[in-house]
Design a protein around this ligand. Structure first.
Ligand SMILES: NC(=O)c1ccc[n+]([C@@H]2O[C@H](COP(=O)([O-])OP(=O)(O)OC[C@H]3O[C@@H](n4cnc5c(N)ncnc54)[C@H](O)[C@@H]3O)[C@@H](O)[C@H]2O)c1
Ligand SMILES: [Zn+2]
Ligand SMILES: [Zn+2]
Length: 384
């Protein structure tokens, strides 16, 4: 089959690879119909995630048709068209019982923090991902969800990560009626966080980025105010000026460890590697939120440390909340929002690439060329 193949930082290609097989009675093998590239894949592509092995296939956002199921699978059958949450999780351990699916204890022998994620290095279990024609889906009774017949495939694929992650970012903000919510990052995750903030009761939503085309998009898509950080001297002062000098009630970091905007962070995090990447957006979030406010972090940071202003957070009495999203927990509600016409997630999709052109797709998304927001990959086997 054709699959994305990681060759080293900034080097990926589409190559032939053996088809995955059922390895455990609760596995399924799925023929991929759509897959996306996520901002998280860029951390892998840039060589920032430990134990990213050459030969690995990335891709944790995908839909597909069930090709084969293991002998103990009961909830899926051949031919079902499913969306597959990016988390691999068992559904029954201590953490899954608390609906902390992204922290499942049974699917990742390498780590005590994160659970399993498709195509996301051996730090998250070493599973191959869905930027391929076929993918093995472990715990097949638990993760995959049959796509409702009235749901568009392009909307369905965004339910595997970007939309639920943005939603959880807003949810972890504990937004109260009328709150001012500032979202750092106008990528797909930040865009969905902004839209979700309204649905959770925000009274004002402000999105920060430096890519004008994304800011224009989110302004229209989520009816929010926008700030281009290139035009701002001091972010915390700027936000305070906009909020009666108190600061925002809730700040969301939807950027993570590859933030632009600070030469010092670039030097210490990217060039000298004294910390795990640049935490600029997180600094801005902590410093721009009001005393007693909440900072919600979904932007990804590495297992190695970052220098964060924890003293400011303490003295301001902040609540800090963060996690990889637990996608499955949000699906019923988010499917309802789509069906009720409150949101059309697929509007963020700007580019479609045949899987064969994966190298171009990564390059374009990484360099933010051609006004790209969300790229979708279409495997050859479903194109005819
Ligand atoms: N927690 C989770 O479950 C989860 C799931 C998906 C993605 N993520 C993470 O969320 C982040 C965003 O993902 P995405 O797909 O939207 O990525 P993306 O690369 O498309 O978007 C990131 C955006 O942040 C902007 N940005 C850079 N520096 C900034 C700064 N200092 N302030 C404000 N904006 C800044 C960039 O210009 C870009 O538009 C990534 O770190 C990704 O790894 C986390
Ligand atoms: Zn992702
Ligand atoms: Zn579990």
């Amino acid at each position: 089959m054709l699959a994305m193949n990681y060759r080293g930082p900034y080097r990926v290609r589409a190559q032939q690879k053996g088809e995955p097989e059922i390895e455990h009675p609760n596995d399924a093998v799925i023929r991929v119909t759509r897959s996306c590239i996520c901002g998280s894949d860029l951390h892998l592509y840039h060589g920032l995630v430990p134990d990213t092995r050459v030969g690995m296939t990335f891709g944790h956002e995908f839909t597909g048709i069930v090709e084969e199921v293991g002998s103990s699978v009961q909830n899926l059958k051949k031919g079902d068209h499913v969306l597959v949450p990016f988390n691999i999780f068992c559904g029954s351990c201590y953490f899954c019982q608390k609906e902390l699916y992204s922290n499942c204890h049974n699917v990742n022998p390498e780590a005590t923090a994160v659970g399993g994620i498709y195509g996301y290095s051996h730090t998250t279990g070493g599973y191959d991902g869905g930027q391929a024609e076929f993918v093995r889906v472990p715990m097949a009774d638990v993760g995959p969800t049959v796509i409702p017949s009235d749901l568009d495939l392009d909307d369905a694929v965004l339910l595997t990560d970007a939309y639920p992650t943005g939603y959880q970012a807003a949810e972890m903000g504990d937004i109260e009626e009328g709150d001012t919510v500032v979202v750092f990052g106008a990528g797909p995750v930040g865009i969905f966080a902004a839209k979700s903030a309204w649905l959770l009761g925000a009274g004002r939503v402000i999105v920060v980025d430096h890519l004008e085309y994304r800011l224009e998009f989110v302004k229209r898509f989520a009816q929010c105010e926008i700030i281009n950080f290139k035009e701002v001297d001091d972010m915390a002062i700027h936000i305070k000026k906009m909020t009666d000098w108190l600061g925002a009630d809730v700040c969301i970091d939807a950027v993570g460890c590859e933030a632009a905007g600070s030469a010092l962070q670039q030097l210490t995090g990217v060039k000298l590697k004294l910390q795990a990447g640049a935490a600029t957006a997180l600094h801005w979030a902590i410093n721009s939120v009001r005393k007693g406010g909440t900072v919600s972090i979904v932007g990804v940071y590495g297992p190695t440390f970052n220098a964060v202003p924890i003293g400011n957070a303490l003295n301001k009495g902040l609540t800090l909340r963060m996690n990889q999203a637990s996608v499955k927990r949000h699906l019923p509600r988010l499917i309802e929002h789509i069906q009720a016409g409150r949101i059309k997630p697929s509007e963020v999709i700007t580019h479609r690439f045949p899987l064969e052109e994966i190298a171009d797709a990564y390059h374009m998304f990484s360099s933010k060329l051609d006004n790209i927001i969300k790229p979708v990959l279409i495997p050859p086997s479903i194109r005819h």
